[in-house]
Design a protein around this ligand. Sequence first.
Ligand SMILES: NC(=O)c1ccc[n+]([C@@H]2O[C@H](COP(=O)([O-])OP(=O)(O)OC[C@H]3O[C@@H](n4cnc5c(N)ncnc54)[C@H](O)[C@@H]3O)[C@@H](O)[C@H]2O)c1
Length: 334
Amino acid sequence: MKLLLTGGMGYIGSHVAVTMAKSGHEVILFDNLVNSSSDTIKKLNKILDKDVYFYKGDLNNPNDIKSIFEKFKIDAVFHFAGYKSVKESVINPIEYYSNNMIGTINLINEMYKKNVKLLVFSSSATVYGDPKYLPIDEKHPTIPKNPYGRIKLQIEDMLDDIYSSDNNWRIACLRYFNPVGSHDSGLIGDNPTGLANNLMPIITKVASKKLKKLSVFGNDYPTVDGTGVRDYIHVMDLAEGHKMSFNYLLKNKGCFKFNLGTGKGYSVLDLLKSFIKMNHCDVPYDFTFRREGDVSECYADPNKAFEFLGWRSLRGLDEMSESAWKFLHHNEKD
Ligand SMILES: NC(=O)c1ccc[n+]([C@@H]2O[C@H](COP(=O)([O-])OP(=O)(O)OC[C@H]3O[C@@H](n4cnc5c(N)ncnc54)[C@H](O)[C@@H]3O)[C@@H](O)[C@H]2O)c1
């Protein structure tokens, strides 16, 4: 089938492109490269040993979306495109609402016009807000604490409304926990433009001496070692979760929500120790104050995804650490 991947040149989109192309689908990547590089296409071509189609376009420009739907007879859409920094969304909410919300509305409008009604949407565990209980299942209250999370939830609500108005839609909202790691080749991975916000890209930059040290926010949380606990999930497991969701949607109509996490919580120091052990390198760090808005622990109950999709994560922390480092060595940018 012909699959359109918005934001397909980015971290998660490029990994899903590999998984879906390897499953025999034609992937068409749409991206404005605001947080990715055009080099990714060469790397994807190398991994897949064939040419992948890339269209440089912006979801905020309805004509760009129109042209891609006119050029190809798209069967389904995987929607990754958007800004992803919680911190930036607090500082500049209008930019986030415009890009993430309006961009999504433009996309869905065009899908509707072309009668394309299968959508896999990148949601996020931020829709839950502070955990009321652990592990977090899909019935957990959704009270996001920042514009980024609120927009994800508003998009999910909009998708529910779209399905209620027309029961022919097949939609999966995938609530990712903390994706890390890279494809085995080390060619593609998490390489944000500008300042890295997520833990693993910062660890790799410190290990390669691009940054002096890692600041660990808080060592007085009520956790195993005092540092925050998160559900880190290997990006290739996440990509597999997209494939299984897509296969499920081929057989089922509805608007579904699934957690994509491992179900295991690891502390910042667990991840750091795994990285140092696997890659035999030094990562200087110090402790600083807790960061406002951070919770002590957050991890998924992934059982619904297993029950409905037959999906569960297979890779552990060490594979995440090893692959992230391999990617950095192949792709040092700055
Ligand atoms: N990485 C995470 O930790 C994480 C966690 C939960 C959810 N998500 C969500 O998953 C999705 C993908 O995340 P990612 O980590 O791959 O991010 P990413 O920034 O690497 O990829 C997003 C891509 O979208 C593109 N893009 C942004 N705005 C666009 C627009 N208006 N038109 C066209 N392209 C545009 C960017 O250039 C980038 O290549 C995002 O929606 C993000 O919110 C990510």
